[in-house]
Design a protein around this ligand. Structure first.
Ligand code: UD1
Ligand code: CA
Length: 457
């Protein structure tokens, strides 16, 4: 099998985004825009990927940390799409397969479409294949010019087009498949004698046709796939399309979405069957949810691993936490990063946890802060319990062993350990370790001054 490489054009700034962030790093369903064409290229079997970067090049590079198959070509000045490909050429020196060219700001392109285009390209013996679309309003796009036999002879940019050419409704998506041997030679010979004074990649079509080589047009079935993102309105449109696709896929896989138009699930989130997701739920950052869970309205879940039969009640926020089976959370609980809840834990309303492990079957049902704590099994944490984990300089640990009963309104001044099966009386401020099987109580004796109110009058 001949190998495939891909070039992703992503040097442009994206002026119309009116943003401090370079366009291709704007998130779309939780992933930077540029991740989408890169993923599509990978899934179309591109074994080497070159991203052409310019604006905020370092930030774009950083968003691919850990990806071994991608290298970066710096295009310091953006002199046109042809110049961008020429910048990528040295990184693909000696490569003789097919080169897919994609745009970093065209995120909805599907791998299946690229695969079809590659197949057609081979079948027709083409040197260049352009992915095209016929659209109602071709304004701003390059037009596909064909001869009588249907072969593509040129792509003409709007600004360089004759009135006749402007009337053509078949447009250039900016996505191509080219033979490497032709492509790199051709982009080295481009000239910038056009309306924009740029090196147009599109001119390689005229060059190939002039040499008697085959240039093919491959129409895309769904024009949404080639939609470019130029401003925030198109970003929102693309997100709506993507979200709809994500939600349909989850429903097909057996997840109930009570209102699929009002559930926000990012790319890469995994949900088990028979889980029910209520409206206004946000699931992001590689979250995984098991089977038969219920995620109530307005839950925000980011970067969490959640087991089966978990109930997340309304208004809860869960971040970078691990939740085992049959746990109940909320309403309005806040699990901060580093929380681990073992099976059958109950975290009730207005409970906040951080870097805390709660053992199987333990409960913190109301109004509690648990930070930097290790809590054993079958522990009851009373209402209003607080771990005083921070002394203004350092964080300290609270350890509460199995079967401890903590009464209401207890403070643990960390570092402190409560031994197994002890009871901490309501209102106690725990400042010393408590041995196992003990009662810890720290309150001043209550004094009743009878008649006191009457004397005050
Ligand atoms: C280009 C095509 C046009 C096509 C349209 C589809 C050319 C000459 N024209 O036009 O036929 O209909 O895309 O959207 O190719 N880029 C660089 N370096 C550069 C210039 C561009 O990396 O020097 C990148 C941009 O960041 C962007 C992509 O290439 O991701 C396309 O560039 P853009 O300026 O949007 O091209 P258009 O003029 O819209
Ligand atoms: Ca464009």
């Amino acid at each position: 099998m001949e190998s495939v490489a891909a070039i992703i054009l992503a040097a442009g700034k994206g002026t119309r985004m009116k943003s401090n962030l370079v366009k291709v790093l704007h998130p779309l369903a939780g992933e930077p825009l540029i991740h989408y064409p890169v993923t599509a290229a990978r899934e179309a079997d591109a074994s080497r990927i070159v991203a052409v970067v310019g604006h905020q090049a370092d930030a774009v590079r950083t968003c691919f940390t850990g990806s071994e198959d991608i290298t970066f070509a710096l295009q310091e000045e953006q002199n046109g799409t042809g110049h961008a490909v020429a910048c990528a050429a040295p990184l693909l020196r000696g490569f003789h397969g097919k080169v897919l060219i994609l745009c970093g700001d065209v995120p909805l392109i599907k791998a299946a479409t690229l695969r079809e285009m590659l197949k057609e390209h081979g079948k027709r013996g083409a040197t260049v294949t352009v992915l095209t679309a016929s659209v109602e309003n071709p304004h701003g796009y390059g037009r596909i010019v064909k001869d009588d036999s249907g072969k593509v002879t040129a792509i003409v940019e709007e600004k360089d087009a004759t009135p006749d050419q402007r009337a053509i409704r078949e447009i250039n998506s900016g996505i191509y498949c080219c033979e490497a041997s032709f492509l790199f030679d051709a982009v080295a010979r481009l000239k910038s004698d056009n309306a924009q004074g740029e090196y147009y990649l599109t001119d390689i079509v005229r060059m190939a046709a002039g040499q008697g080589l085959v240039c093919a047009g491959h129409p895309v079935a769904d024009a949404h796939e080639i939609m470019g993102i130029n401003d925030r309105i198109q970003l929102a449109e693309a997100e709506a399309i993507l979200r709809r696709g994500i939600n349909l896929a989850h429903m097909r896989d057996g997840v109930t979405l009570r209102d699929p138009d009002a559930v926000y699930i990012d790319t890469g989130v995994v949900i088990g069957r028979d889980t029910v997701i209520h409206p206004n739920v946000h699931l992001s950052g590689r979250t995984e949810i098991g089977q038969e869970c219920v995620i109530e309205p307005s839950a925000v879940i980011r970067g969490c691993r959640i087991g089966d039969r978990v109930v997340v009640k309304a208004g809860s926020v869960l971040e970078d936490s691990v939740i085992h089976d049959a746990v109940s959370i909320g309403p309005m609980a806040h699990l901060r990063p580093g929380t681990v809840l073992m099976e059958e834990v109950k975290i009730g309303n207005f409970v906040e946890t951080k870097k805390t492990t709660v053992g199987k079957g333990s409960k913190a049902s109301h109004l509690t802060y648990l930070g930097d704590a290790v809590i054993g099994r079958d522990v009851n944490i009373g209402c209003g319990t607080i771990t005083c984990n921070y002394d203004g300089v350092n964080k300290h640990r609270t350890v509460i062993e199995d079967k401890v009963f903590v009464g209401s309104d207890v403070q643990f001044v960390a570092p402190v350990t409560v031994g197994r099966n002890s009871l901490v009386a309501a209102g106690t401020t725990v400042t010393m370790d408590v041995p196992p099987d003990s009662l810890a109580i720290a309150r001043t004796q209550q004094v009743n001054k009878e008649g006191w109110r009457l004397k005050k009058k």
